[in-house]
Design a protein around this ligand. Structure first.
Ligand code: ASP
Ligand code: MG
Length: 460
């Protein structure tokens, strides 16, 4: 059993879908059972969100947005089916678009779009496209069946990013997919509560869908087909000679996705590593390329690090004060305040003088963070135990990641002296005790230079 997942840019129009179908046919000849997970067409989820927001604002302009999505799907039908077969593909498509317009009309009338309603609206992107691809496959003479993942994956009602109930989901998947006729085509991204209310797994969640299916079916491997040749040593738009890495460990891949390498959705790794299922990242537009293999037992390479990742647009708060020295409990109050303000802390560093703690989060949470800290620690501020909260914006976290860093002395020396030579100012540093990553904060404007400098220092 193999699970193949195709992202939005791989299935964005008739030409691409035809190509995906030929890849699936080829994979089928390789033997074994196949299950294919598809995303919405590229850009469609964003358009659906825009439609929902437009309706919520009381405007009927969402009609035009939905017409645009419908036309894309209709054009794909025209490109994929002979004239005689189109009717059968068009009927459910038009029915779904009608239902979607009804839902949006409801949102327009009540001028309110809850996360729950938004999940329902977003679910149409995957449903329209995946059903279309399955029926195109069938009309080409292959046995295929379409599955709406709302009947397979069970989550709680945390709308916008439902938390998966693995036990219930595995049971449903095992029962329903094993009985599937031919190749099973499953919608990515969407799921349902035990009561059957539509949820989603969070943006770009189709990878996660595929991983859940892989684990439930105990697949031999999970292939994620994207529009890049594999996992790269750095962002190729920043580093000209970024290269494809042939093998990556699960842990490295998790660190990478955490640090914003958009290659794999961060939750994806968990279900597959529990069952030791390897993940292949492959390029739809370059199927001959070997891609990247993510697995437990990888061949060790001799490069000092594996990859450089980064998170753009972060901010940092420095909590400073001599009164913090030897005062247990202040750190916990700081983090409690941030949690209460719903701030997601990405990185922390504390100097051993205990004079300051530095906390990094996304820039759009800065206001909340500062307000939360001031409210929680008024007493310490008044008593001057904490001098102030210093906020610095327009920053970037850069992380160097790799198994080989463990127990290798001298790496951070090499890293920071390379940055020093380029006069790149480092505002904060953290190393996890896993020793699989060192992350540091630089000013946003130093981003390109910093990443290139590090790439040169380790890969030349
Ligand atoms: N269509 C969804 C999104 O754009 C899920 C996915 O593409 O993985 O977020
Ligand atoms: Mg997408």
């Amino acid at each position: 059993m193999r699970i193949l997942k195709f992202g939005g840019s791989s299935v964005q129009d008739a030409v691409k879908i035809r190509h995906v179908i030929s890849l699936v046919q080829k994979a089928e000849k390789g033997g074994g059972k196949l299950c294919v997970v598809c995303s919405a067409m590229k850009g469609v989820t964003d358009e659906l969100i825009r439609a929902a927001k437009t309706a919520e604002a009381g405007s009927a302009d969402y009609c035009g947005i939905i017409a645009g999505i419908r036309d894309r799907q209709v054009r794909a039908v025209e490109g994929l089916f002979p004239e005689a077969g189109r009717e059968r593909a068009l009927a459910p498509l038009l029915a779904d678009c009608g239902e979607l317009l009804d839902i949006l009309h409801g949102i327009e009338l009540v001028r309110e779009c809850s996360l729950r309603s938004l999940d329902l609206v977003m679910s149409f992107g995957e449903r329209l496209n995946c059903r279309l691809i399955a029926s195109a496959m069938e009309s080409g003479g292959m046995a295929a069946s379409y599955f709406d993942a709302r009947g397979l994956i069970v989550t709680d009602d945390h709308f916008g990013s439902g938390r998966v109930n693995f036990k219930a989901s595995y049971r449903k998947i095992g029962r329903r997919l094993c009985a599937a006729k031919g190749i099973a085509f499953v919608t990515g991204f969407i799921a349902a509560t035990p009561e059957g209310v539509t949820t989603t797994l969070g943006r770009n969640g189709s990878d996660y869908t595929a991983a859940i299916l892989a684990a439930a079916l105990n697949a031999d491997c999970l292939e994620v087909w994207k529009d890049v040749d594999g996992v790269l040593s750095a962002d190729p738009t920043v580093v000209k000679d970024a290269f494809v890495i042939d093998e990556v460990s699960y842990e490295e891949a998790m660190e990478m996705s955490f640090f914003g390498a958009e290659i794999i959705h961060p939750y994806t790794m968990r279900p597959i590593l529990e069952r030791d299922i390897p993940l292949l990242v492959r390029n739809t537009m370059n199927p001959g390329a070997p891609g990247t293999r993510i697995a437990r037992n990888i061949r060790r390479h001799s490069r000092p690090i594996t990859n450089i990742a980064s998170i753009e647009d972060v901010a940092l708060v420095n909590v400073e004060g001599s009164g913090m020295m030897g005062m247990p409990g202040i750190a916990s109050r700081v983090f409690a305040a941030l949690a209460k303000a719903d701030v997601n802390v990405i990185m922390i560093s504390q100097a051993s003088s205990e004079h300051s703690i530095c906390i990094v989060f996304r820039a759009d949470q800065a206001k909340r963070a500062l307000a939360g800290l001031k409210a929680e620690l008024t007493r310490e501020l008044e008593a001057r135990q904490i001098e102030n909260f210093q906020l610095i914006k327009d920053l970037e976290i850069v992380a160097v990641i790799g198994e080989n860093m463990r127990g290798t002395p001298g790496l951070s020396g090499r890293l920071f002296s390379a940055l020093g030579k380029k006069k790149i100012n480092v505002l904060a540093i953290a190393q996890g005790s896993s020793e699989r990553n060192i992350s540091f904060v630089v000013e946003g404007r130093d981003r390109r230079e910093a990443i290139n400098t590090v790439h040169r220092a380790f890969f030349r």
